[in-house]
Design a protein around this ligand. Structure first.
Ligand SMILES: C[S@@+](CC[C@H](N)C(=O)[O-])C[C@H]1O[C@@H](n2cnc3c(N)ncnc32)[C@H](O)[C@@H]1O
Length: 511
């Protein structure tokens, strides 16, 4: 069991063997250095490994925990490197990094493994290991820096280090979550952080730290601006990159080389992608048919309600696994956001009693979007929800498998908010759009954009970037699509294979 202090201080000490592997890579990649700084050195694995790998370098290590500082001092003495080291107790958040780093001459390496904890976890336990509030304002809001209000402490620290280093050459080599490494690079590339070159080297966090996260060694050299891309290696010893991530406009993409080759497939999707129904009350809203017994909710209760507010339901795992015959149902008390739910009491009294008997679970929904709403309110609902034909995809799976879903027993199939969908009145149009989205050019383009380790690899923003016109042309399906939409297509002769101008004879059908 991890103690409270270990959680608050994001304490995962690096095994010496891993620190040595990292230093061996750095010696290969950057050569000799004059100074090594470990900003949160813990019991000293990195500083000891650096002492061995860089026998002439000056060493500096800091940690908030004075026991750890003492252990690091002892470990360095044992390694015979005590005389070239300065180790001390310091709180990262009150350290003047700009002053300190600008005062270090020569080739500088900032090395280590910053705390693994989020600000939400620290605040949730009333902990104090957080950057001071005024710092947030000083940088025009932490959200401006990190893009969100919940962030990894290591992300915040890395950004401070890059900011402090701006204008001087140095190498940063840090173990961190792969997502944190990407955010740091994005920050540097978008904010003139002067990142000259960068690479990510995956590590097995489960083996080394017992943590089930995607983690890597981030190596970035600062001081000059370089290409906005970083090679990604499968492990610390790999000599060939498996892919190259990079910045495309405002977004990071997984495989920048493929993205550049297929960039012409990007544009505005003529349809509106939507997310499935959001209810945050699966225990009550999602029902399963139990043979011979009827419907059962997730609390194990048998539920006997009118069919009026019941619809077949598919979830993301159904879509990802091709289980396209719905086995579940969703209770849907509204047809549009804000609909009055009180009418259910009159129209379908058993449904009302069922919902009302579980009112407390609806009232306990965490998201503030439900505050001051109708009882049993939903989001992500509108006329499009009830269209007969859908093209749907899971937001949570790595492979974008687009599924064509038609009505079941005359009822439209609905999706929960882990899925995204396009809605159609017409089967033929839905069918060809599904084929276009599953075509090799589209799949390759989507794969170039998606970071498979993200919690939600497929997002509405990504889907909305798929230029169906260009993809249909590249997949040889433009004429079929045009037929399905009753439109005439005119190609530019110059680049007929990849570019087509579609002359709309009537405006796009709203969906
Ligand atoms: C993930 S551990 C890594 C330790 C060491 N860098 C290593 O690689 O083994 C994070 C370290 O950060 C230290 N730490 C946490 N918050 C700190 C802060 N505000 N200032 C300085 N050190 C901090 C913890 O005590 C812990 O030793």
């Amino acid at each position: 069991m991890r103690t409270r202090a270990k959680i608050e201080f994001g304490d995962f000490q690096t095994p010496l063997e891993l620190a040595r592997e990292v230093c061996a890579l750095l010696v290969r990649q950057t050569g000799e250095v004059d100074s090594v700084v470990e900003p949160t050195c813990g019991v000293g694995a990195f500083i000891v490994a650096a002492a061995e790998a860089f026998p002439k370098a000056r060493l500096q290590g800091w940690d908030i925990n004075c026991d750890y500082v003492e252990q690091t001092v002892n470990a360095l003495a044992e390694a015979g490197a005590g005389s070239r080291a300065t180790i001390g107790q310091q709180d990262f958040f009150s350290h003047n990094w700009e002053k300190e780093l600008s005062g270090i001459p020569g080739r500088l390496l900032i090395l280590g493994n910053l705390p693994w904890v989020t600000n939400a976890t620290v605040s949730g336990m009333n902990g104090g290991n957080l950057p001071a509030k005024e710092n947030f304002q000083g940088f025009r809001g932490i959200e401006a820096l990190t893009g969100k209000s919940n962030f990894d402490i290591s992300e915040w620290m890395l950004i401070q280090l890059v900011k402090a280093l701006r204008g001087r050459t140095a190498t940063i080599a840090m173990l961190c979550k792969t997502g944190t490494a990407r955010k740091l690079l994005r920050f540097g590339w978008q904010n003139d952080g002067r990142i000259a070159a960068a690479s990510l080297h995956r590590i097995d966090a489960k083996r080394h730290f017992g943590a089930a996260v995607d983690a890597c060694l981030l190596v970035a050299s600062t001081g000059e601006s370089g290409p906005v891309e970083a090679k990604v290696f499968q492990d610390l010893t790999a000599r060939r990159a498996s892919t190259t991530l990079g910045l495309a406009g405002q977004d990071l993409v997984y495989d920048i080389r493929t993205y550049r080759r297929l960039k012409h497939l990007e544009g505005l999707c003529p349809y509106q992608w939507r997310s499935g129904v959001k209810h945050d009350c699966a225990a009550i809203m999602e029902l399963r048919r139990i043979d011979g017994k009827g419907l059962q909710n997730k609390l194990g209760e048998l539920v006997s309600i009118e069919p009026d507010y019941l619809f077949p339901l598919l979830k993301c795992s159904d879509l990802a696994n091709g289980r396209l015959e719905p086995e579940r149902f969703m209770v849907v008390p509204q047809r549009r956001v804000g609909d009055d739910t009180a009418v259910i009491a009159r129209k379908a009294p058993r449904t009302w009693r069922y919902l009302d008997s579980h009112r407390s679970l609806f009232e306990a929904r965490k998201s503030s979007i439900y505050n001051s709403r109708m009882p049993f309110a939903l989001f992500g609902i509108g006329d499009y929800t009830f269209a007969p034909w859908k093209v749907a995809v899971s937001g949570l799976h790595r492979t974008a498998r687009f599924c064509l879903i038609g009505p079941v027993n005359g009822q439209p199939v609905l999706f929960d908010d882990t899925c995204y969908l396009l809605s159609f009145e017409d089967e033929a149009e839905a069918r060809i759009v599904t084929a276009i989205l599953n075509s090799p050019p589209c799949q390759e383009f989507v794969s170039s954009l998606v970071f498979t380790d993200s919690k939600r690899p497929i997002t509405v923003e990504l889907l909305q970037r798929l230029n169906l016109h260009a993809i249909a042309v590249a997949a040889g399906m433009a004429a079929e699509w045009s037929d399905a939409r009753g439109q005439r297509v005119r190609y530019h002769e110059s680049d007929a294979a990849l570019q087509a101008e579609f002359v709309m004879e009537r405006p796009l059908k709203p969906v």
